[in-house]
Design a protein. Sequence first.
Length: 264
Amino acid sequence: MSLPHSPAHLADQLTERLRAAGCVFAEDEARLLLSAADRPDRLAEMLELRCAGHPLEQVVGFAEFAGLRIALAPGVFVPRRRSEFLVERALALGAPGTVVLDLCCGSGAIGAALADRLGAIELHAADVDPAAVACARHNLAPYGGAVHLGDLDAPLPADLRGRVGLLVANAPYVPTDEIPLLPPEARDHEPPVALDGGADGLAVQRRVAAAAPHWLAPGGHLLIETSERQAPATATLMTHQGLAVRIEQDEERDATVVIGRHPG
């Protein structure tokens, strides 16, 4: 596509192209593309990617989350606004000095938001996807966060056992059979490992709940994002691990978090 040199027409042309591609918030997206592109050829490339269905956040290289700008790379899970509820619930239970562990951390958005608000914490995060870990290391570097590459808690340092005050997890919870029903942006451009929760959507949550007691400090909390429909089953998984469990919801953001407290 040839882009016009006149700034007066550029935003309108971008908006027209984006609207024709089915972008609901075409005007807002056009402004964001303009602000993110540093040269005309890059703007044209970004426009073509967005019109082809790539997530806007991956195209521009960042997502806005909990007041922060989180760096993203192509193919990395895009943090959802509903996950800000998980951050808020964790903030209510944390304090400076808390040891925080973010499993299935993706880009590190949740850990970054907690560190930004809580102040001086010991922050650890882990993910199985190398591209996500690279993003998380960039996003958590300002907070001194340690990001570990591997399957759930397998790569964590042994000296973390029994010290974690907040264990947060936005583990994949979409049942395998429902993956084809996801919006194309997620289905086609985000890694299946970040979406697929197994036959019942609880496969990864089940493993997180089983691992949590080994890492939580006495009185520490496990917080898992899930769906309203799955929340009772998620709560049962955590109860079976000896945690005292409650379910909290935010209807406006369609957000559900199950919280378990380690005894002690």
